[in-house]
Design a protein around this ligand. Structure first.
Ligand code: 48F
Length: 268
């Protein structure tokens, strides 16, 4: 019997409906989250991955078109990153190949690092929403209970369009140098952060060794319901910047996921 090789002509209405229906279903599924991650750099991706592996309902909101944050560009657009032993272990867990350089330093291709982290995170069950900016938090008394979202294009074009909101048992500020969510809390509740001064302590100049250590120490809850990870942790609690060495970011993502999992009360 002759095989029917005829292909049905493409129908634009089907393509449009497929995209809208599938996207809407995923968005609706994420309006009540266990954990909302803000920022798709290395710290946010690792956190979202580990929480999804532990079967938490987790979504990551990234304001840009692409995830990866500061990782794509390596150092000054030389797209290689450096990690030490501990960070290398995280990269390898995500299937990123590393190459020994010298004395416990390893390099990895930054494009491979971002794409592997991204793919593993989505496949683990975390939903990544790009092109969405977190513009505020929602609160009930003295606890953050969710995020206020809008299309990045709305903010960029200065249009007066009201946002939408999602609920979350915990929010992770993984917005890097911006420390965006913590700034929102500081504006709304001045002096209430779990830092030495109650305010954002700020970021100092470059000191890679010290900053790698403190990124991990500073990872944690900064306000009821809000955790900081990655560079945002150092800016919040006050420490140095570290340049294109990424172990601290990856380990901070692991640590914040662990901290949230250890808290039995963070579940929708
Ligand atoms: O900056 P980023 O990569 O943060 P990270 O994971 O890693 C820091 C390193 O890249 C580097 C460094 C290490 O040596 O110092 O800077 O801590 O990723 C932060 C992401 O958050 C997004 C931003 O676009 C970036 O991709 N972001 C920032 N503000 C918002 C946001 C916001 N309001 N809403 C959504 N996404």
């Amino acid at each position: 019997m002759a095989e029917n090789t005829e292909v049905a002509p493409l129908n634009e209405r089907i393509i449009t409906r497929a995209i809208i229906e599938r996207y809407m279903a995923r968005l609706l599924d994420c309006i009540d989250l266990d954990v909302a991650v803000v920022g798709g750099g290395p710290a946010g991706l690792v956190a979202a991955h580990d929480l999804a592996v532990a079967r938490r309902k987790v979504a990551l909101f990234e304001r840009k078109l692409s995830i990866g944050g500061g990782m794509w560009g390596g150092g000054m657009m030389f797209n290689e990153i450096v990690v030490q032993d501990a960070g290398r272990g995280v990269l390898e867990r995500f299937g990123v190949r590393t190459e020994p350089y010298q004395d416990g330093y390893y390099t990895a291709d930054s494009v491979e690092a971002v794409t592997c982290l991204g793919a593993q995170t989505v496949q683990a069950g975390a939903r990544i929403f790009n092109l969405i900016s977190v513009e505020d938090v929602s609160v009930r008394e003295d606890r953050v209970t969710g995020l206020v979202l809008n299309w990045t294009a709305v903010a960029q074009s200065g249009l007066h369009v009201d946002p939408l909101a999602v609920d979350a048992g915990a929010v992770i500020d993984a917005t890097g140098h911006d420390t965006a969510v913590v700034h929102m809390i500081e504006r709304a509740r001045p002096g209430s952060l779990n830092t030495a001064s109650g305010r954002i302590e700020g970021q100092g100049p470059l000191w890679a060794d010290r900053a790698e250590q403190t990124t991990l120490e500073n990872t944690g809850e900064v306000y009821p319901g809000v955790y900081v990870a990655g560079m945002s942790a150092n800016t919040t609690f006050g420490s140095y910047r570290m340049g294109p060495v990424f172990g601290g970011m990856l380990l901070s993502g692991e640590k914040v996921a662990r901290q949230i999992l250890e808290r039995g009360d963070i579940r929708r």
